[in-house]
Write a protein that binds this ligand. Structure first.
Ligand code: SPV
Ligand code: MG
Length: 272
């Protein structure tokens, strides 16, 4: 499940998700940036640190195309590893990337050069730090053969899993990929555009992981807009109190209870 800050991470974990996606699109949007490498890698790493602190489940970080060449990619990956992320996903585009659903200009990285980025990340991070290689060939209008050739090269370069991305409204091309790829490495998909596809279809295709990539930030936008519009038009908040999260809910998500216990333990009993 997508997380874009500590609060969305805590919420996703508490409803039961066993892993989080630190989405570049969602984090950028929350910061008011476009998903075009406008946010710096240090800004992303700082947000991820808060996500990792808030959730006790693995966090896979959207590392975009690695913020440059092999050197930038390994630097970002190392910092994410140090801050407690479970892994990084790198997409085979050039820097700066553009969100895969925006426009038609998505030039792909050279395969060998991208393999260098993957190898550099593998060589720099701990053995259990997961490296997902994301293939943008279908997004860029190349066919299945190009996607498969890239998957093969990325697996050889050390990728632990392959994310195959598509912006079609039906899952045909990712299912064709999964069938031909035959699980040589686990397959990850992001069904933002083919959202009508039932999960059973992904299970049947032996797809390992589905990422719901931007749904908390979109829910936040819809919810905030509705409440803002209501308060603005009604000049009051009496009718919405029970439609929004309570303050206790908010305090609970951020762990005020633990602070109260700690105060009991560490503060002197006498007034200071
Ligand atoms: C993201 O969540 O930032 C992703 C997925 O990379 S997508 O927006 O589909 O490119
Ligand atoms: Mg992204």
């Amino acid at each position: 499940m997508e997380a874009h800050d500590a609060l969305s991470a805590a919420i996703a974990q508490r409803v039961g998700f066993k892993g989080l996606w630190a989405s570049g699109l969602s984090i950028s949007s929350a910061l008011g940036f476009r998903d075009a490498n406008e946010a710096s890698w240090t800004q992303i790493v700082d947000v991820v640190e808060r996500i990792v602190d808030a959730a006790h489940v693995p966090v896979l970080v959207d590392g975009d195309s690695g913020f440059g060449n092999f050197n930038n990619a390994r630097l970002v990956a190392k910092k994410l590893d140090q801050r407690g992320a479970a892994g990084i996903c790198l997409e085979d585009k050039r820097f700066p990337k553009m969100n895969s659903f925006v426009g038609d200009r998505h030039p792909l990285a050279d395969v060998d050069e991208f393999c260098g980025r993957l190898k550099a990340v593998k060589d720099t991070t701990a053995p259990d730090f997961v490296l997902v290689a994301r293939i943008e060939a279908l997004i860029a209008g190349h066919g299945l053969a190009e996607a498969l050739a890239r998957a093969e090269a990325y697996a050889d370069a050390g990728a632990d899993a392959i994310l195959i991305h598509s912006r079609k409204s039906v899952p045909d091309e990712i299912l064709a990929f999964a069938s031909a790829w035959n699980n040589r490495r686990p397959v990850v998909v992001v069904p933002t555009k083919y959202y009508r596809t039932p999960v059973s279809m992904f299970r049947d295709a032996k797809i390992s992981t589905v990422i719901w990539a931007n749904h908390s930030i979109r829910a936040a936008v819809a919810g905030m807009r509705e409440i803002c519009a209501h308060i603005h038009s009604q000049e009051g908040i009496s009718a919405i109190e029970d439609q929004i999260a309570s303050l206790d809910d908010l305090f609970d998500l951020v762990g005020y209870d633990e602070l109260a216990e700690a105060e009991h333990r560490y503060l002197p009993r006498r007034p200071v």
